[in-house]
Design a protein around this ligand. Structure first.
Ligand SMILES: O=C(O)c1cc(=O)[nH]c(=O)n1[C@@H]1O[C@H](COP(=O)(O)O)[C@@H](O)[C@H]1O
Length: 270
């Protein structure tokens, strides 16, 4: 199955647009696990076990693992997801972006080492920095387009004087990703829930692409406005990480995570 087919199947099965973000910070772990980086796998696996019937995707953020020398736990975690929730695709959030030869290595890391179904990429270096990922048949490559942070304005909102219509950079990227860059239907875009107007604009320019939309929960984006702006005809993955992971820091943390995930999933269903 391709990444897009996996998303469609997971959506149908779990009736969900919720992507559960796995950003494990040992300082926020519950009880005796607090501060213990050797518990990253156990913590994340408990969250996966408690939420996999509510999610369209899981998104582990690689920095939280690499910073703790816990890449082996990330490998085990993705294997665990494939075992307990084979119907829910895994997006490796790595935001890679380097020249082609190096990108080939990053693609092997994401798709062969970690066995992810999709990876997030920064397209700043242009199409030849994205193309190596597209050689991995059926895998998803999700490009940062209009990010959820304030600093996204620095580049993404600038107008391109040399392109007809003088689009903003994020608009031009959405157009390219919908058209000539999307050679085998593997591309998706990241658009922050914190900017519903631009989310609607991206959806208009890229009607067929899966959208990864972080920013509900801890960053304050609104679930209903997000779904209204993005629509649900093409796959929609609305990510929430901290609000789910750290809903409670006691022994009931996984049950609390499930409650928040369920409420978010339901809010996204309208
Ligand atoms: O690519 C991403 O996932 C991403 C893009 C973006 O524009 N903003 C953004 O917050 N993210 C990621 O989404 C997650 C948001 O986490 P919470 O704010 O805790 O829900 C983090 O893993 C971020 O790295």
């Amino acid at each position: 199955m391709t990444f897009i087919e996996q998303l469609r199947a997971a959506r149908a099965l779990n009736d969900s647009h919720l992507c559960v973000g796995l950003d494990p910070d040992p300082a926020k772990f519950p009880g005796a696990w607090k501060g213990d980086a050797s518990k990253i796998f156990d913590f994340c696996a408990a969250i996966v076990d408690a939420t996999h019937d509510l999610a369209i995707a899981f998104k582990p953020q690689i920095a939280y693992f690499a910073a703790q020398r816990a890449e082996d736990q990330l490998e085990r975690l993705i294997q665990h997801i494939k075992r307990v929730a084979p119907q829910v695709p895994v997006i490796l959030d790595a935001k890679r972006g380097d020249i082609g030869a190096t990108a080939e290595q990053y693609a092997v890391e994401a798709f062969e080492r970690y066995q992810a179904d999709a990876v997030t990429l920064s397209p700043f270096m242009g199409f030849d920095s994205v193309e190596p990922y597209l050689k991995h048949e059926g895998k998803g490559a999700i490009l940062l387009c209009r990010t959820s942070n304030k600093g996204g304005d620095d580049w993404q909102m600038q107008r391109l004087a040399d392109v007809p219509g003088q689009p903003r950079l994020f608009e031009h990227l959405a157009h390219l990703a919908q058209t000539q860059w999307n050679k085998n239907g593997q591309l998706g875009l990241v658009v922050g829930a914190t900017y519903p107007e631009e989310l609607a604009r991206v959806r208009a320019l890229a009607p067929d692409l899966p959208l990864l939309v972080p920013g509900v929960g801890a960053q304050g984006g609104d679930a209903a406005a997000t779904v209204k702006a993005a629509g649900t005809a093409a796959p929609l993955m609305v990510n929430s990480s901290r609000a789910i992971l750290y809903a409670d820091n006691g022994p009931g943390f996984a049950a609390a995570a499930r409650r928040v995930a369920q409420a978010t999933r339901d809010a996204l269903r309208g």
